[in-house]
Every structure is written in C-alpha cells, then in structure tokens.
Design a binder for this molecule. Structure first.
Ligand code: ADP
Ligand code: MG
Length: 291
C-alpha cells in the first residue's frame, strides 16, 4: 500500500498551517513529530477528509482520492486528538454503534468486536460504561474503534496523552504489532512515544516538513554535535544563554550539562557523546541557537 501526499497546503484565513507538504507512506510506523501548533492535527484532518486543503493532492495506491471517494475512506482508521465516547454507552455498545456507522456487515460485527477488544485488552470491560474508563482504557478503546473496518492506514493523533509510563509501554507494543501489515501515522510532540517504534520520523515545524528519515539516520547526522560538560552551578545560566541544553544533571563534581552544539562548548573539558532523539528534537525545535 502507498499513500502519497503531494504539495498539500492548508490555510486558516491568513495563517498557513500546512505549507506545501509532500511525503510518501508505505508499510510501518511513521512518527509525525513537532511542537504544539506545528500543524500535525491539520495534516491529519486533511488526510482523513475532515478539512479541505487549499491545494495539493492525495494519492492512494496511485489513484487520486478525489476520484476514489468512499473507497479511500474505507481504508482509513482514525483516532482523533480529542476522541468522544458516548458516556452512557458501554464499551461493547460503543463498538457496536461505531460498527454500524462504518457500515460493517451485520453478521460479522460481534466477532469483530470481540477480537478487537481482546487485541487491546479490554475484553473484561465490555459491559463497563465508557464514562467509567481510565485514560489508558479510553485510548485503547479509541484504537479498537479505529481498527473496526480493518484499515490499511491507521492514523493516531496524540494517542498517548494522559497515559502513565506502563500504559505507554503497552501502547507501543500494541502499535508495533498492528503496524506489521499496515501503515500507521502517529502524531505526537513527545519524543519517547515514537523513538522505539517509528520506522520513519517526520519533523514538522510551522507547517513545513523539515525532514523525513529513519531514526538511525537522524541520530547519525547529529554525531559530533552533542557534548557533556561539567561546570560550577553559578555558570549554568551563562551556558543556557549561549547554548541549547538538552539536560542538566547535578552531580558531586558540579553541574553536568548536555549541550547540543556544532561547535565544541569548551575545548578543554567537553566530551562528545552519542546523540539521542531528544537532542535531535532540541536541535530542530529549540529556541536558542548556538550561532
Ligand atoms: P498541532 O496539531 O501540531 O498542535 P494544529 O494543526 O492544531 O497543530 O495547528 C496548526 C496551526 O493552525 C496553529 O497555528 C493553530 O493555531 C492553527 N489552527 C488549528 N486549527 C485551527 C482552526 N480551526 N482555525 C484557525 N486556526 C487553526
Ligand atoms: Mg494536534
């Protein structure tokens, strides 16, 4: 399967939220990473057809989605950033309602719901009201409903908001399994959501795609730009003014700064270290440049 986005632009009045965005997605997990307001939800809403683009075109397996219409949407599963669950419905009733909306074959519905609730580990809660679910359960229900139509393209908008660390780990494992035979596009501003599972990372800034690459290539490109330097505590502010600091750690020897900089911050004392994706994020999205 292949989804191609070609020169997509979306404006809200004079504000260009998405600026000439182009990318091709095949199988695997695509992590759409960018700060709040960078245009992630706008892009997703354009892809799922909730927002009209000002220009550009989307192709699904080479065919324009403007011509495919419903056939295109049948291949998509979508979890919105702020999903709504009807509070008086039980988990099962909600899944049933969504199945009807998605026009699933009536005779397939009960089995489909059961297998999805098992997949996301909610089978024990099928009779619980959706209003009584925890954050992690709600999010798993959101993923289950997005999978009802067995979509080849699953789109998740900030799916880990409100999850505790254990739920985040479970979530990552669930997504990795789902993505074996599908395309998953996962939007987030949290690096660790995608650092372990994304096959490709897209960096989105002010509506523009800065780059799209394998995580290992992003890390490789950052080699030689991340330093550890221990300074006395009263110098920390000074360094923060001059450099992008991705971490500060107080040790017995002083203050250990993790500095992202093309130039060595201190020839005598700084040590080069291996970059991580948070360093990459800071490099591209941090406010303070070393230049
Ligand atoms: P993200 O999902 O990355 O946080 P959004 O796509 O929500 O970013 O927003 C991108 C930009 O578009 C922001 O500047 C935001 O203020 C603006 N925006 C988003 N939705 C609307 C809307 N419905 N009307 C006007 N501006 C909007
Ligand atoms: Mg958003």
């Amino acid at each position: 399967m292949e989804i191609e986005l070609k020169n997509i632009t979306k404006k809200y009045g004079a504000n260009t939220a998405l600026d000439d965005f182009s990318a091709v997605f095949t199988t695997g997990v695509y992590g759409l990473l960018g700060p709040n307001g960078s245009g992630k939800s706008t892009l997703i809403n354009v892809i799922v057809g909730l927002l009209k683009r000002n220009s550009g075109e989307i192709f699904f397996d080479g065919k324009s989605v403007s011509e495919l219409g419903e056939t295109y949407l049948e291949n998509i599963g979508y979890l919105p950033q702020y999903p709504k669950f009807y509070p008086n419905y039980t988990v099962y009733e909600f899944m049933h309602y969504m199945s009807v909306l998605k026009a699933l074959d009536k005779k397939d519905i009960p089995e489909r719901i059961d297998s999805l609730l098992t997949l996301v580990n909610l089978e024990a809660y099928k009779d619980r009201k959706t209003s009584a679910l925890s954050g992690g359960m709600r999010q798993r229900l959101g993923i289950a409903q997005a999978l009802l139509n067995n979509p080849r393209f699953l789109i998740l908008d900030e799916p880990t908001a409100g999850l505790d660390p254990l739920e985040r780990i479970r979530f990552r494992n669930l997504i990795s399994g789902i993505a074996e035979e599908r395309t998953v596009l996962l939007a987030t501003h949290i690096v660790s959501d995608i650092s372990f599972i994304a096959n490709r990372i897209l960096l989105l800034k002010n509506g523009k795609l800065l780059l799209m690459d394998k995580p290992e290539n992003l890390l490789k490109a950052m080699n030689g730009n991340v330093w550890l330097l221990t300074v006395s505590p009263e110098l920390v502010m000074e360094y923060q003014k001059r450099f992008q600091i991705s971490n500060v750690r107080y040790t017995e020897a002083g203050c250990e700064l993790r500095i992202v900089s093309e130039k060595c911050p201190d020839v005598n004392q700084a040590d080069l270290v291996l970059p991580n994706l948070e360093d990459v994020y800071l490099y591209y999205f941090g406010e303070r440049g070393a230049e």
